[in-house]
Every structure is written in C-alpha cells, then in structure tokens.
Design a protein around this ligand. Structure first.
Ligand code: CTP
Ligand code: MG
Ligand code: K
Length: 181
C-alpha cells in the first residue's frame, strides 16, 4: 500500500473511534457514571464522564460506521483506494472501545490525583486507541486483521495525537470544550 493510501485507510477505519469523544463533548452533562462516588477521597471517574455523553459517543460512532459502510464501495471506486466497510461488531468495538478507553484514562487521572480536566500528555491523545483496537480485535477478529495491518496501525499511532490535538484546539476555540486538550 502506498503511503497516502495507508493514511486514508487508517483515518477511515478509525473514524468510528474518533467521533465518540467529540460527540460526548457536545452531548455531555447530567448524571456522572460514578454517581459522585469517591475512593480514597478522590472521585472514581469525575463529573467529566457522564452516562449521556458515553451513550451519545457510542451511538455516534456506530451510526457513522454504518454511514461509511453504505458509501465504502462508491468511495473505493471513485478514489481507487480500497476503504473498508464496517461489520456491526467492528463498529461497536471501535466506538465502545474509544469511550471505554477515555473512561479508563479518567480513572487513572483520578488515582494519580489529577482533577477533572487536568492534562495527562500521551494518555489524553492515545487512551481511546489503546482500548478500541484490542476490543475490536477481540470482537471482530477477522475484520480487524484484514484492515489493521502493521502499517495502518503505525499510521494510527502517529496520526491520532495530531488529530486529537487539532480537534481539541478547535473545540476549545469554539467554546465547546473547557480546556484545549
Ligand atoms: N463527556 C461526557 N462523557 C464522557 C466523556 C466526555 O459527558 N464519557 C463530556 C463531559 O462534559 C466532559 C467533556 O465531554 O467534561 C470533555 O471530555 P474529557 O476531556 O474527556 O473530560 P474532562 O472533563 O477533561 O474530564 P477528565 O479529566 O476525566 O478527562
Ligand atoms: Mg479533558
Ligand atoms: K479524555
């Protein structure tokens, strides 16, 4: 696969994992998942992880995967780049894995004494990759290894932090997010 092709496939395949975070920011609010509970005087997850944001995030990722699947053949034919359709399990693995990774990252942030919204470089940018890829490999094994070749995974690891920083800066500038990370 040529470099450009690999980048396009990596971006396409990761879109259902990228969108949940942004959807959660837009839809977030209401009851926190941890119900306000603390552990060692620190919140378990914090007010930044809500049921509504999580549900909206997963839904957005799965719906997007469905939409991409509908147009995958046309996009492949038009561009000559073989972009993949998503199986239902791949869609769920990517979207739910992204939200789960974000939630697990908040758990680690609270354990390490970081308040809600605090920065945790590295973790903030890659938390959702670290969980969404293994979860998808587990739920949709055949699909995963067909799409996520080593070169695609390598592009994801490089591309994701760049996209994450950029979109969060934009969301911050637009007043949608409280911090630019
Ligand atoms: N959000 C949500 N539910 C989620 C993830 C995010 O409701 N599962 C919403 C919250 O309003 C949150 C905002 O999106 O404040 C930004 O998300 P994020 O940066 O992940 O949360 P933080 O507020 O920074 O909290 P944390 O320090 O725990 O990451
Ligand atoms: Mg944050
Ligand atoms: K986060």
């Amino acid at each position: 696969m040529a470099v450009l092709e690999t980048i396009v496939v990596a971006f396409w395949a990761m879109l259902p994992a990228y969108v949940p975070n942004n959807a959660a920011v837009l839809a977030g609010g209401g009851r926190p998942i941890d119900g306000g509970r603390t552990w060692d005087d620190k919140r378990v997850l914090g007010d930044g992880k809500t049921w509504r944001g999580t549900a909206a995030g997963i839904l957005a990722g799965v719906v997007l995967a469905g939409a991409l699947t509908l147009v995958a053949d046309d996009v492949s034919a038009a561009t000559g780049i073989d972009v993949p359709a998503f199986t239902p399990l791949a869609a769920v693995g990517l979207a739910a894995g992204a939200m789960l990774g974000d939630i697990m990252a908040s758990f680690l942030k609270r354990r390490t004494g970081r308040q809600r919204g605090a920065m945790f470089p590295g973790l903030d940018q890659l938390d959702f990759v670290v969980v969404s890829l293994p979860l998808t490999a587990l739920l949709a094994t055949e699909w995963f290894f067909e799409v996520f070749t080593w070169s695609v995974v390598a592009v994801v690891v490089v591309l994701t932090p760049i996209l994450h920083v950029t979109t969060n800066m934009i969301a911050y500038q637009l007043g949608l997010k409280d911090e630019p990370w």
